[in-house]
Design a protein. Structure first.
Length: 483
């Protein structure tokens, strides 16, 4: 549900006891972590048990599995996830009691008040870019607060209450949340139509990013990728407003540019040129050109914040990834299993490009789970086309998320559009059968990749277990009698 943003945005310390409905999610759990670190009393509920719930309990939060009206008792403020429906008993009870109701955006703004905020926005790459900037700043000796839509591999956490004045935040546009924040600086990775279930039209979606420019401190700056037409248009608009802008990319128009890009296996190496001056080399531990662009945006932001290139480059080189972003789950019998959050055609293409670099002479075997009915209706055919960059494809049922099913909108819209021979594409309605399809199709040297924003992420361990089982069952080779 979409909870209205109150006219008065209070700091976190003024919210009293805070209860989170959907506390196990990537967005709310991070805010809860920061509040707990500040000594604020926190409780919350989620539909399913999870490692996140257990981690929050260890930090002092009272967490419930399942939703019940009595669980909001004693709360002063109730923060509600957008994935929660309006008839949720805790939301209904909070309304009956007249408690303060906040959307995620207002709760994040509450913990960011008083800090110098660097907000990372864009259709794709927000989580990775926020993570890269955070790790790079940490290697410069800074201790920024951060709130990220995924767990850093380095810390295993998606949020931290730092001692410095900087706060690096992933600024989600899906529900207009980024229009609540007032950042000192902003990064925009790209602007490409998405979340039309909320915005209605591509024009409205793009207009929200233009509105976001007006939220940036006039004394701050905007970093945006000029290789992307939507983000490049924002750079031009921001410059007209008198805002300091830094364009990044591989193209000649970029102020901070990557040159001499080399991608080998799981690494990407490139030279950085800032306004014609070569600063040095950056070597990333993550593959794919889209991650190079994310790293450039993080680097340019760090430079404009006053940090040195050498330390920033060292931090980017140490960045080992974020969970669910081309995350290696394991390897059995020469078959590597990765998981990634890609759920938009552009993201699918980027991750398959990275997987191709990882696979080398091997093949790519993909399980893709479409996310949301409206997104599948709008982008299903494009998703299928993007999946054609793989060698073997299993398309799962739609992860419905917060919407209701629609007649005629099924995963077949994706599967039917995959430009591969029919025997290389499977439409599998059974979640539990998907792992077997992947293992049946994979050979030593191949990369298995699970893609999507839903529970497809849980497939990795099942695939690895099945690979292990089959390796044990495989007959041992005996020496040739003639040898």
């Amino acid at each position: 549900m979409k909870v209205p943003v109150p006219s008065e945005l209070l700091p976190a310390e003024a919210l009293g006891r805070v209860h989170f409905v959907g506390i196990g999610g990537a967005g709310l759990s991070g805010i809860a972590r920061i509040m707990l670190a500040r000594g604020i009393e926190v409780s919350g509920s989620d539909a399913k048990p999870s490692a996140t719930i257990e981690a929050l309990r260890a930090l002092g939060a009272e967490c419930f599995v399942g939703h019940a009206a009595e669980q909001v008792a004693g709360a002063d403020t109730v923060v509600v996830s957008t994935a929660v429906r309006a008839d949720n008993p805790e939301v209904v009870e909070a309304g009956r009691l007249g408690l303060r109701l906040l959307p995620r955006s207002a709760a994040l703004e509450a913990v960011m008040q008083g800090r110098r905020v660097v907000a990372v926005a864009g259709t794709h790459g927000k989580t990775t870019t926020t993570s890269m900037l955070t790790v790079a700043l940490q290697h410069c000796g800074a201790d920024p607060s951060f709130a990220i839509g995924g767990d850093l591999n380095e810390s295993g956490s998606n949020a931290h209450d730092g001692t410095g004045d900087l706060f690096v935040a992933e600024a989600d546009e899906s529900d207009g949340a980024f229009l609540v924040y007032s950042p000192y600086a902003a990064l925009v990775t790209n602007v490409e139509a998405d979340h039309l279930d909320n915005y209605g039209t591509e024009e409205a979606y793009r207009a929200a990013f233009t509105e976001f420019l007006g939220r940036i401190d006039p004394a701050g700056f905007l970093v945006a990728c000029t290789d992307d037409p939507g983000a490049a248009a924002l750079v031009a608009d921001a410059a007209e407003r008198g805002l300091r802008t830094i364009g990044v990319g591989i193209g000649a128009d970029a102020e901070v540019r990557a040159e001499n890009l080399r991608q080998v296996g799981a690494t990407s190496t490139f030279d950085v040129v800032d306004r014609g001056r070569r600063l040095g080399e950056v070597r990333l531990q993550v593959p794919g050109q889209h991650y190079v662009l994310d790293a450039l945006a993080a680097l340019a932001s760090g430079l404009r914040l006053g940090f040195g290139f050498a330390d920033l480059a060292r931090g980017l080189g140490a960045y080992s990834g974020t969970r669910r972003r081309m995350e290696l789950k394991g390897e059995v019998g020469g078959i590597r299993v990765y998981d990634s959050y890609a759920h938009h055609p552009k993201e699918i293409s980027g991750d398959l490009e990275a997987a191709r670099s990882l696979a080398g002479p091997g093949r790519i075997v993909v399980a893709f789970q479409p996310h949301m009915v409206s997104r599948t209706r709008i982008f299903g055919a494009e998703m299928g086309q993007a999946l054609g960059a793989a060698d073997e494809v299993v398309v799962m049922d739609i992860y419905v998320a917060r919407e209701d099913p629609e007649p005629g909108v099924t995963a077949a819209l994706v599967a039917d559009a995959v430009p591969l021979p029919a025997e290389q594409v499977v439409l599998e309605p059974s979640w539990s059968a998907t792992a077997e399809h992947l293992v049946d199709r994979a050979l030593p040297g191949d990369v298995i990749l699970t893609l999507g924003a839903g529970d497809v992420t849980l497939l990795g361990p099942s695939v690895l277990a099945l690979l292990t089982q089959r390796a044990k069952e495989a007959p041992e080779e005996t020496p040739d009698d003639d040898g």
